[in-house]
Design a binder for this molecule. Sequence first.
Ligand code: SF4
Length: 456
Amino acid sequence: MTLTEKILARAAGKSGVQAGENVWVNADILMTHDVCGPGTIGVFKREFGPQARVWDPDKVVIIPDHYIFTADSKSNRNVDILRDFVREQSLPYFYDVIDKPSGRWVFDSSKGMLKRQYGSNYAGVCHTALPQKGHTRPGEILFGTDSHTCMAGAFNEFATGIGNTDAGFVMGTGKLLLKVPETMHFHLEGKLQKGVMAKDVILHCIGEIGFDGATYRAMQFDGPGVAGLSMDDRMTIANMAIEAGGKNGIFEFDAQTQAFVDHRCKLNGTKSAYEPVEPDKSQKFVCELVVDLTKLEPTVACHPDPGRRALAKALGHIKLDRAYIGSCTGGKTGDFLDFARVLLGKRVVIDTFGVPATPEIVHDLQTARWGDKTVWEILVDAGVQMTENASCAACLGGPVDTFGRMNTPLKCISATNRNFPGRMGHKESQVFLASPATVAASALTGRITDPRELLS
Ligand code: SF4
């Protein structure tokens, strides 16, 4: 069996499963956020009754993150609904934007968009917060009401996005009926060269198979090349499995996975026991692709879909209006460090926005020092508009006052994960997906630029 089949078999209480088989599996974690949480709660109450209790309070994780730092009252109301539900159900894992359970978040105009407007429990973007807060464990099943839930496959678990109806059912029963996906094999060899990042790996893979090339399939990443990828790198790659239509993305378990997970579970006092899955020698794949990391070059997914692959060096004629770094995919500490390495001592020539995925990443950047400056200061000195308000921000467009949102038809190079029309705001805007290094290089020149041109 493949890694995905092994996890699903175990969660179904069976000795084995085959691709195409339908199985009932037990969920280890159900995550929801402010966009889909109210709908999920509505389904749960409608189907299980107004007095119903969730199947296991320790397994429900609620992370407001999408439309948070906005004056839009409907968006604010969504977070209020989550807060009321958490209180009613006594859920321990709620990462609220305010500290006072009986309070309401209100935009503080004296702080504006750049200064912190959240309390001590706030965790930021759900997919980055889940591992940081100790909710991702090898061998487990994670369901989330968000398509990029597949990011947690970096930790050798089966993680996938589900709709509100399924999530309402999981909330009441802890179970879900799943069709076992076929597995596509991505065998990684070699080592990434300077200026080439994990984002280039996944943009290359999606370019090979197209934006629907993995529809309802597992994307398994393994091979000797994985050892050279950090956990941040693996998260970037697993995150974008859905951009090829994948059901999930999954990595092998190794010492790096173990060190990360053990540390995070201990730090947060979450469940520390888990059982990883190892690949079988006899595993069967629907197709196999060997990716030589050494040969990859900075890659871009052009407007209007993540499968429109081109090399950055061939796109120098495309002039840009904006650059953006942020999101679960591209707003992690490692992403910002690579971004800052390219910008160090230089100045951007187009509007450039930086949105760390979580408050912990804000803290990392404000405490890491390169010489006499913090990384945060280096980015601000380079002209990047950095906000402390970690969230999804303009990755999903959001309300019109969202930080970095494209309210006019601009061309933007972005470290985010999705570029369908209208994704980051205006429906006639264009988004080019790239690595943080390529976004930084392009911000310095105002046109799509291979970062190797600027890295000495
Ligand atoms: S940062 Fe973007 S991709 Fe990630 S959860 Fe938020 S909206 Fe979705």
